[in-house]
Ligand binder design. Structure first.
Ligand SMILES: *Cc1c(COP(=O)(O)O)cnc(C)c1O
Length: 424
């Protein structure tokens, strides 16, 4: 191949894969195998020593999953990626090499509801904690960082409100503090935003959503930019010091920019076991081939639906950042100029009761706890995904009781609007 850099539409189909060398199979085969025959005892020893890269056991590596990892890394512009069993698994996998008991992260108040719960509740079991702040208040983000902070965490386009985070500004704060910025890029996808271009260190995905795009499998991914110097401080001993969990290997010294990715496979997947299976990887590889086409339509439809809703008498507010009236409009043109995604909330004047009644009357929209499907989806966050939060926390997260979250699909937009109209 030539040295030319390929475009996004080409990479989403070709990156990380080539015809199967033994059979010529053009699609990526589903390597439905647990283990891989070693050539001889020396080969086995080299693989276990990370002296040679290869396949040992499918909890760690699998060729189908590997193809997906390479493809997502290419689309995000990262050096490596590790796929996991879900988006939530990816979050734990991203933090695991960075954290120890007593350390904390600074996270946005505007996150997927399940993430807020994972960070505020389950973290405690590991001796970790999270400080939540409004990421529109950059001084508050700075002030929340202390000596034990090991990462900053936010979403590019925050679920459920579709608010856009100023990644350029937040990454400067992370750099000044000498800690990585982790960005959940699930709702933007690398088609709308590549957080590494805005200074992020790590990207996490729930590939369950737009990346797969058809609502078939759960999955997650951690992508490393390769840009963070783990050896620069003593904050990240798992990467900068001899790692007792891997017979004293110093990942940072031995593997340079690939340290984080190798740690994720050799220790993260080995010991936590949050592995993506090859069938799941197959469905996501199929979905990713059309990512840009779907995202274009999601954005086009979402913009039209948001504009229609904003003019409707029954509607109190629409949060879509692509609207001319949105306070995030400038930020959108900088962070995700191709569009503000397909996800936003609509507040109904009738409040909680009107929301619940609307959901029950919808016909085209499916009432499900998912987003990023080809189908239009709706949920009432306050009674579902954000139910574990207090009302004050719900409001901060953009999930107050009077809002519905819409994930606009790629159907005919007139049919989407007609369904909303009859249901409201
Ligand atoms: C769904 C979602 C997650 C969690 O992903 P799962 O695959 O459901 O575990 C995390 N972040 C965001 C933004 C999500 O939408």
């Amino acid at each position: 191949m030539t040295e030319r850099k390929q475009g996004f539409d080409t990479l989403q189909i070709h990156a990380g894969t080539a015809p199967d060398p033994t059979t010529g199979a053009r699609q990526v085969p589903i390597y439905q195998t647990t283990a891989y025959a070693f050539r001889d005892a020396e080969h086995a020893a080299k693989l276990f020593n990370l002296e040679e890269v290869g396949y040992i056991y499918s909890r760690l590596t699998n060729p189908t999953v590997g193809a997906l990892q390479n493809r997502i890394a290419a689309l995000e512009g990262g050096v490596g990626a590790v796929c996991c069993s879900s988006g939530h698994a990816a979050q734990i996998m991203a933090l695991f090499p960075l954290m120890q008991p007593g350390t904390n992260i600074v996270a946005s108040t505007r996150l997927y509801g399940g993430t807020l719960t994972q960070f505020s509740q389950t973290f405690k079991r590991f001796g970790w904690s999270a400080t939540f702040v409004d990421f529109d208040d950059l001084d508050a983000v700075k002030a929340a960082i202390d000596d034990n902070t090991r990462a900053i965490f936010c979403e590019t386009i925050a679920n459920p409100g579709g608010y856009i985070t100023d990644l350029d500004a937040v990454s400067v704060i992370a750099k000044d503090a000498g800690i990585p910025l982790i960005v959940d890029n699930t709702t933007a996808t690398p088609y709308l935003c590549r957080p590494f271009d805005h200074g992020a260190t790590l990207v996490v995905h729930s590939t369950t959503k737009y990346m797969t795009g058809n609502g078939t499998v759960t999955g997650g991914c951690v992508v490393d930019s390769g840009n963070f110097d783990w050896m620069a401080s003593d904050k990240f001993p798992s990467l900068s010091q001899p790692e007792p969990a891997y017979h004293g290997l110093c990942f940072g010294a031995a593997l340079g920019p690939m340290a984080f990715t190798f740690h994720g496979i050799a220790i993260g997947l080995r010991d936590l076991g949050m592995t993506m299976n090859p069938q799941g990887a197959h469905y996501t590889l199929m979905g990713i081939e059309t990512l840009s086409l779907r995202m274009q339509r999601h954005v086009e439809n979402a913009a039209k639906v948001a504009e229609w809703l904003e003019k409707d008498d029954r509607v109190a507010a629409v949060t879509y950042a692509g609207l001319a009236s949105s306070p995030y409009k400038e930020r959108m043109s900088r962070i995700c100029p191709k569009g503000a995604g397909g996800l936003f909330t609509v507040a109904l004047k009738g409040g909680y009761d009107a929301c619940v009644a609307t959901v029950d009357k919808m016909e085209l929209f499916s009432h499900v706890a998912n987003l990023g499907d080809t189908r239009s989806l709706v949920i009432h966050p306050a009674s579902t995904t954000h139910r574990q939060l207090s009302e004050a926390e719900q409001v901060k997260a953009g999930a107050s009781p009077d809002v519905l979250r819409l994930s606009i699909g790629i159907e005919d937009v007139a049919d989407i609007i007609a369904d909303l109209d009859q249901a409201m």
